[in-house]
Design a protein around this ligand. Structure first.
Ligand code: PBG
Length: 325
């Protein structure tokens, strides 16, 4: 058979396949999520996320040393406070858990980029991302507290703040508050297209942030909507977002693609807890080849338009990538 086109020519061996590969994922693309908890000497495994633990500040070096060695450039911090209240005071306390962790990391690992998740849900007794009145999460009073939280993170030394609450107008309010407090160079990474997803289940165990009543559907987006995600993106860009997060990642490749092509902003895929746990569970049963599917999923996020990936797989994936295939 005389065929002009034989695409299989370029699939002949691994060297050729690597030469024509359109997308690659690297350790430099990763942002590693860390759960910081109160207490001392704590390394507490999270049962629904095998391989992921909560660390007290004195034990953070265990994971930070590994990240440095693997050249993973950034972390995103989530705090588990000792006490919670109605208004999430722990989120914006000057000596709150995240503020302390940021000070420790910036003092000991100055080159590591420290991003902080800005939200109230880990700090409120009801587990919602804002202040509740009449059973409804109040937007504007919550935004004030989020701005206060972001400034307290910046004061502790955070390089970037990442609001994940999905209140309206929070990016603008945070930008203004940061500028006023003397932090014009602290970036805002906005969880702009964040969906009300079932894939956050394991995170809520990890962070102890399951809503005590109801759900997050009155502030996070309906997973059925794409155009609305673009409106959210543009709103946050106009309010001063420096980068955009699409979250979750696996079922939202179209949103990533549209976010990249329509906005041309730096885009971050958040490969969330449930997506991690699904692969882990299948791998532990020998139903899937973990290394293979993780790299495939991460490359898929790059192909869909992500420049960076927040992923719990970061440490394993960086090791696998260093080993080669
Ligand atoms: C806080 C926050 C959540 C996640 C990131 N920031 C939980 C939620 O919105 O319920 C989820 C991350 C994950 O599942 O890995 N609002």
């Amino acid at each position: 058979m005389n065929l002009v086109s034989r695409p299989r020519r370029l699939r002949l061996n691994e060297t050729i396949r690597t030469m024509v590969r359109e997308n690659e994922v690297n350790a430099q693309d990763f942002i590693y999520p860390i759960f910081v908890t109160y207490g001392e000497g704590v390394v507490e495994p999270i049962s629904s996320m095998p391989g992921v633990s909560r660390y007290s500040i004195d034990n953070l070096h265990l994971v930070l040393d590994e990240l440095t060695e693997l050249r993973i450039p950034a972390v995103i911090l989530f705090g588990i406070p000792e006490t919670k209240d109605e208004v999430g005071s722990g989120a914006y306390a000057e000596d709150g858990i995240v503020q302390q962790a940021v000070r420790y990391i910036k003092a000991n690992y100055p080159k590591l980029v420290v991003i902080t998740d800005v939200c109230l849900c880990e700090y409120t007794s009801h587990g919602h991302c804002g202040i509740i009145e009449n059973g409804y999460v109040q937007n504007d009073p919550t935004v004030e507290l989020l701005a206060k939280t972001a400034v307290s993170h910046a004061r502790a030394g955070a390089d970037m703040v990442a609001p994940s609450d999905m209140m309206d107008g929070r990016v603008g309010a945070i930008r203004e508050a940061l500028d006023e407090a003397g932090f014009p160079l602290v970036s805002i990474i906005s969880y702009a297209a964040k969906f009300a997803s079932g894939f956050y289940g394991p995170f809520r165990e990890a962070a102890g942030s399951t809503p005590g009543f109801g759900d997050r559907k009155s502030y996070q987006m309906d997973p059925a909507n794409g155009n609305e995600a673009m409106r959210e993106n543009w709103e946050d860009i106009n309010e001063g977002a420096d980068m955009l997060i699409v979250k979750p990642a696996l079922a939202f490749g179209d949103i990533m693609w549209r976010t990249k092509t329509e906005t041309q902003m730096p885009v971050i895929a958040y490969n969330v807890s449930g997506e991690y746990s699904m692969i882990k569970a299948a791998a532990m049963n020998d139903w899937l080849d973990e290394k293979r599917v993780v790299i495939e999923a991460l490359r898929g996020m790059k192909r869909a338009g992500a420049d960076m990936i927040i992923t719990y797989h970061a440490i394993d994936a960086a090791k696998w990538l260093a080993e080669g295939e």
